[in-house]
Design a protein around this ligand. Structure first.
Ligand SMILES: [Zn+2]
Length: 162
């Protein structure tokens, strides 16, 4: 006997270029692009930049931070969120933009955060009791706008299970 089938819809907005976005979103995408140069990625050569806008309007950013012991590598999303909790612990993250750069070939599509970063983003939303708008873009090309990290992680685990 087949179980009851269920489904979840995942919705996001696609813009063919950043020019179509409001100025605050374009600015955050530019800050994430600048953060690509903060990446320490001598092993993968894959650069990721993340930038967040806080509730006071301030922007913080970070890059991925690799290590010769590969499992210790930190993603740009998490170095940036760590910068928030260590320097602005009472602030609320309103938006995060994520950009990527591969020196081997141009990245023309948005790259989504890895599973670990999705989990940390969802935790941050729970901590601050507010969604984080996520903006994704490659080096060029379309921009994806998601209303919450939960869009990226529909079956999320959080503190309510503990
Ligand atoms: Zn990650």
């Amino acid at each position: 006997m087949a179980g009851l089938e269920k489904s979840m819809a995942v919705k996001w907005q696609v813009y063919t270029s950043a020019d179509e976005l409001p100025e605050d979103q374009q600015e955050l995408l530019r800050e994430a692009e600048l953060a690509l140069d903060k990446a320490y990625a001598p092993y993968s050569n894959f650069h990721v930049g993340a930038a967040v806008r806080l509730d006071n309007g301030e922007i913080l950013s970070g890059g991925n931070f690799e290590n010769a012991a590969y499992p210790m590598c930190l993603c740009a999303e998490r170095t940036t969120l760590a910068a928030v909790v260590s320097t602005k612990p009472d602030s609320i993250v309103k938006q995060m933009a994520i950009r990527v750069r591969n020196p081997e070939r141009p990245v023309e599509e948005p790259a989504a955060p890895c599973g670990a970063c999705r989990q940390v983003l969802v935790e941050t939303e729970g901590k601050q009791k507010g969604n984080i708008q996520i903006l994704l873009q490659g080096e060029t090309g379309p921009v994806y706008v998601l209303s919450s990290a939960k869009v990226l992680l529909p079956f999320y685990f959080d503190g309510s299970f503990l």
